[in-house]
Design a protein. Structure first.
Length: 196
């Protein structure tokens, strides 16, 4: 089984989120099927002690363990997709908690990355990956008065999985929006690379 596009989304605004609208528009242009992992609509369960012990102490876990099983399912979604799109809001200068929990399920030592003397080595095959970041305010322009920890953090996570060159696109200033949604989407599409 392969997936054309896996859309991982974490906005509490769900289908009304501009980032989700943009992601769906891009995915439908790509063709192929789309699987949506909506982390706001279906939140993941918190990590359990036996899962944490398995990762840190290498305590063996039975394959029937629910947390391990969920981790496997989420990783397999990544493994089987041709393209990955992550549509995420910025929450308090970083990624929302729902997306961070997904990271803690998929970035798993000895499964999706291996420790090595030169640093962590990704074990997943590389694939085109787009991250759409929506924010109420600005973080790139002269008028920005806030840091952006989301991009460097998520970029490092994706690199550590084996995704070498994720592309980031930004929808900024969504609170008290000055432009029409269609204009913002068109501006974001205009700066996308050839893969999209
Ligand atoms: C808990 C919370 C924290 C937020 N933190 C930030 C922030 O640090 N910087 C910012 O520019 N906007 C922040 N916002 C505003 C969202 O980024 C904004 O509503 C954006 O439109 C969300 O995108 P979405 O429509 O895809 O959910 C925050 C919103 C919430 C609910």
């Amino acid at each position: 089984m392969t997936i054309g596009t896996l859309l991982v989304t974490a906005s509490p605004h769900r289908d009304e989120a501009l980032g989700n609208r943009l992601a769906r528009q891009i995915a439908s242009r790509m063709g192929g099927d789309m699987v949506v992992r909506d982390l706001a609509a279906e939140p993941l369960a918190p990590l359990t002690m036996d899962y944490a012990r398995a990762l840190t102490l290498r305590d063996p876990l039975p394959r029937s363990n629910a947390t391990l099983g969920l981790s496997e399912r989420l990783i397999e979604e990544l493994e089987f997709t041709d393209r990955l799109i992550i549509a995420t809001p910025m929450h308090n200068f970083g990624m929302p908690a729902a997306l961070k929990l997904w990271v803690d399920y998929v970035l798993r030592i000895h499964r999706t990355f291996a420790p090595a003397p030169q640093g962590k080595v990704g074990l997943l095959a590389d694939r085109p990956t787009l991250v759409i970041v929506s924010s109420g305010g600005f973080h790139r322009t002269g008028e920005s008065k806030q840091p952006n920890f989301l991009t460097p953090h998520l970029e490092s996570v994706l690199n550590t999985l084996g995704i070498r060159a994720p592309e980031f696109v930004y929808l900024e200033g969504l609170v008290g929006r000055r432009s029409a949604p269609e204009t913002m989407i068109a501006e974001a599409v205009a700066v996308l690379g050839d893969a999209w």
